[in-house]
Every structure is written in C-alpha cells, then in structure tokens.
Write a protein that binds this ligand. Sequence first.
Ligand code: FCB
Length: 458
Amino acid sequence: MTFPADFLWGAATSSHQIEGSHDADGRGESVWDVFARVPGAIEGGGDASIADDSYRRWREDIDLLSELGVGAYRFSVGWSRIMPEGRGRVEQRGLDHYEAFVDELLERGIQPVLTLNHWDMPQALMAHEGWVGRESVDAFTEFAVAVAGRLGDRVPWWITQNEPWIIQLLGYQLGLHAPGIADLGKAVQAGHHVMLAHGAAYDALQGLTSGKIGTALSLFPCDPASDSAEDAAAAWGSDGYVNRWFLDPLLGDGYPDDMRANWERAIGRPLDFIQEGDEAAIGARHDFLGINYYTRRVMAAAEPGATRPFPWQVVGPSGDVSRTDEGWEIVPDSLRQLLVRLSVDYPGIPLMITENGAVEGSAPLHDGRVRDVRRTRYLRGHLAAVEQAIAEGADVVGYMHWSLLDNFEWSLGYRPRFGLVHVDYATGTRTIKDSARHYAEIVAANGLVDWRDDTAVG
Ligand code: FCB
C-alpha cells in the first residue's frame, strides 16, 4: 500500500494564530484583536499579539518545514495586513512580507498552500456587521485580487475560505469567536456571504493565477446514536446543517431543500438574502476541495419540547472511546468513510486534507525530547484511513497536518497544543516533538513506516 507518487505531505498554520507583530508594517486591526479584549472571551485572558512570533521568526519556521522534509505548507495571509482599512488601500509592506516568505518556500521546494480568509477579517468591515453585510463579498474580492496580483504567478494552491460553517456557528450564531455575534438569522446570512465571496473570488482570480482554487470545509460525519428511525433522521438532519449546507452549493446543485426548510423554521422567515443567481455564482467553482477533519458527531433526536433551533442534538459516543486531551473522540475510520462518501456523492473533485490533528499537552522532558506518543498514534491512525480511502477510490491529493506549531487556539487561548513542534511561549523557542520526527520518516518514505513506542525513560 503506497500513496500516489506526487502526494503532497505538509503541515498547516494560520496568520492570526502564529504571527504576532500586530502593529508591524502597517497592519490594521482585525476582528480577533478586538474580540480578544472582551473580558472572558479568551481562556486565560491572552491574545495573539505575540503568539509564536512567526512574523519575525518565519525563516526558522521554514527551517522546521525543511527538517520535516514536507513538500507543502498551508499558511494564511493576514487580511488586515493587506487591507488595513478593509477596502481600498493595499498595504504593500504586507505583500512584501508574504512575497519573501513564498519565495523562500519555493526555493526550498515547498509548495505554498495559501489561505486567504482564516478568520482575521479587518475590523473596519464591522461597519456593515462583517459577513452579515453583503458588502463583505466585494471587500473579500478586493483582498483576494490584491494578494493574487502579487503572488498569483507562483502560488499553486489557493484556499479562499477556511471553514464557512465554523465562521457562521462560532462567530455569528454562538458568539464564541470574533466578531462575537449571537443571532441565528444573522449567522445563516453571514455564512451565505462567506460562500458567495468564495465564488466571487474564484472568478476574480481566474486571470491572475493558474494555481488551483478551493475552499476548506470543516466536515463532521454525523452518525446516529441508535438504530431508531428518529436517530437516523437526526443524523441526516445534522449532516444537512454542518456538511451538506456547504457541500451542495459548492459542488452540487445549490442549497439542500431539507436544510433550507429547517433554517426557515428556525428563524421564522424565508432566507431572502439568498438572491436570484447567488447559488449559480457559488457553484461549479472548485478545482479541489479542502477537508478539515478532527472528529465525528453522534446524533439523537432532540427530546420533545426542547428549545433547540433544530430537532436533533449531539449526544457524543457512549462508552470508553479514545479521546484527545480536549475530549474529542478519536475515530479515524470516520475520515475514511467521509473521503469515500465525498468521492461518490461529488465525483470528480480532488480532495486535500487541509487540517487534521489532535491536542496533546506534552512538553520537553529533562533530555529535551517531547514524547507526544498519542499524537503519533493519532497521525498514524488517520494516515492509514487516508491510505485506505485512496485504495477504495478516493482522489486524495495531499495531507496537511494541523499544526506545524503549537499556537493561539482562538477562544481556548494557549492551553491546547496541536503542534508537531513545541513552542515555549515565554521565549519563542521551538522544539521538534517525537511525532514530527516520525512524520518526517513517513514523508520520506511516502507512506506509513514501522513505528515502535520507545518513550520509556531510563
Ligand atoms: C480548526 C481551525 C484551525 C484550528 C483547528 C484546531 O477549526 O481551522 O484554525 O483552530 O480547528
């Protein structure tokens, strides 16, 4: 069993989570700078004004990628570094930074996988409530054109939006992420504009790059908690909410009817912000699909009378299942099933795993080694699932592990550590973890190699 010869092995990060240097080179304020100042918004009270200091230490980060031997790096361009006032003026110093960065990656034989919106919208765009306002579509397109105008000739992979559902859910429905809006109706409207902006940017980029353009969706397979017809319906409903609501307009025939009805019932009015022609402007604009996969959802029908927007609820797996330090169930076979399902339901679209990873809190021990053995197991389990899915016919072109570095995990602050590389936040010191060393062996072999747990000390 082997991966295709040109399989892209990589690692992923995002601008706001690693860069710091929030006032360097004319950067404007982003929604996350403002949100982090809301008391209680960030666990531990931190913010990302320093984070991994990657805006200054980027050469060191590229050295780490070289040590891993990966052929690709997924990173994002800080939106407010390029468009400090949201619209109009383009900050050339921001573009200079990313140009130097991209050129160095290419020099080292590492393909840039460039994300445009990884959640750090310029605060100035909140004048129209961010993604709630339809103006956001034009604002995003201006940003995309500015970046592609400089880098379009050399970046082979473009990701317009990172996780439309999570932006909609955490940013506008629950208010747990920037910009902190909690309104069901505004949430579904914001999500639509995120999707529309993908379509608009795809079209605008056509003359500017010959690279491949896609979106990264957070996909959660939804399994019923029991054999009952009610739980099966709950799982299908939930699949409409988190997966098909985004997959169908991107890759299929517009928004799915069952979920449109659920949304209209939940907000008590028609989704009239979806204008004539919008679905056509989103669809059929995909050179590849990015998949962020972490875990699945186990679903049951909501109890009668429950005051929930939708008639289903997450009940989680029962029994003694394995979990990451953040409590997420570790279930690699759901990734295999997801990849196979996508290749059947939406044939002909190359799939790239744009995120997959786990929280594990290990730190360097007395000998300097970070024995993050559970991350290694997670990685191996999921790569075996990818390999199996390929054997079953899924067209998977690459795997970007989340994350290259421990970093600022949004409202959870710095506690969850997702990195292949440990970061000491007090000093910025990077330490390659055991998982990264094993990943380097896999990358070099272009497939899983034997592994022995040698973590015993002494
Ligand atoms: C995803 C985000 C990424 C990171 C991981 C753990 O939802 O895209 O930035 O926070 O989760």
